[in-house]
Design a protein around this ligand. Sequence first.
Ligand code: ASP
Ligand code: MG
Length: 402
Amino acid sequence: MLIVKKFGGSSVADKECIFRVAERCAEDYKNGHDVIVVLSAMGDTTDDLIAKAKEINLNPSKREMDMLLTTGEQISVSLMAMAFHKLGIPAVSLNAFQVKMHSTSTYGNARFKKVESERILHELGYRKIVIVTGFQGVNKYEDYATMGRGGSDTTAVAIAAALGADACEIYTDVDGVYTADPRIVPSARKLKEISYDEMQELASMGANVLHNRSVEMAKKYGVQLVVRSSMNREEGTVVKEVVKVEKLLISGVASDKNTARISVIGIEDKPGTAFKIFNTLAKKNINVDIILQSVGRDGTKDISFTVAEDDLQDTLAILEENKEALTIQEINSQESVAKISIVGAGMMSNPGVAAKMFEALTNARVNIHMISTSEVRITVLINESDVERAINAVHERFGLGE
Ligand code: ASP
Ligand code: MG
């Protein structure tokens, strides 16, 4: 079997962790399997590097940021190779240039385009464990471009897809995907299985288990994932296409505090105004999430939408700059908001799921600012201070607990 095993930063935080990971991978190797290990940077290395950059320049060049951040993964893979050598196992570390992991150009937020398999296969041919830097791609300028925070998961899936691996295991500091964050909801339960679609919705809604794009890519290439802990031997959660329909209507509740609301008031109520506003933001790479437009009155209307908290100041600046062209009379914003989402393939065929969620929120006296839905998700925007109460109420109402 060809197995891809990815370990997150906390799993390789220090010497003991590195040897624990090496020994675990060695078991598969000794059982005759081919093993590819994908690693994140050790512990808080990436955060520390970002802080270092800010000491020098508050607005660092994105290219140089990626040059800096990719060093984190290079440290962990080389140390891991040394650990294998110490255990008497042949191993080699490779970075994105050596593997040839081609990506799009956007520094700090690149996507994989094509991953070449030749070098990895060559090394596996010598019965070596191959350790690959997560997070990195190489763009058309032959520069490093990183995949966005948490992007090492996507590296693992891209490699598993390119090499047709038999298993892709994502090891992290939680032992699987839960019905809710156990730190917020004590009765949360670990799921045995979850579908790609549900997982993708959870990932994009801030359930910090898997990088959003890793799930998107796993679905596209049919790579079955297992999420499990590097600290214990528990089975973990399988992410795959068809999940036998459990009796559960929904699989989980997630929250995301990294969101802010912006309202543009009094814009002209005629064709093209919404297009102009969102086109202006899109050109500046601002990702807009929930959008709500009011019914027009006196020839004007209002639009509210959410962006990631990090993008709030940039977004406000762009709108302010283009206020006249976009026919905006007034702009206001709120940072202390959060999204709560329920996710479940079961809601496609069952009416009343939204009503049930809103009922739970009403009973918990939680006010809803905005609502958005997909086929398998319902999201509401609420005050940040209501998050804990809201999640617990919804989790309980759908009977998700143990
Ligand atoms: N080291 C990178 C980060 O901290 C990538 C990853 O861990 O997946 O975001
Ligand atoms: Mg992660």
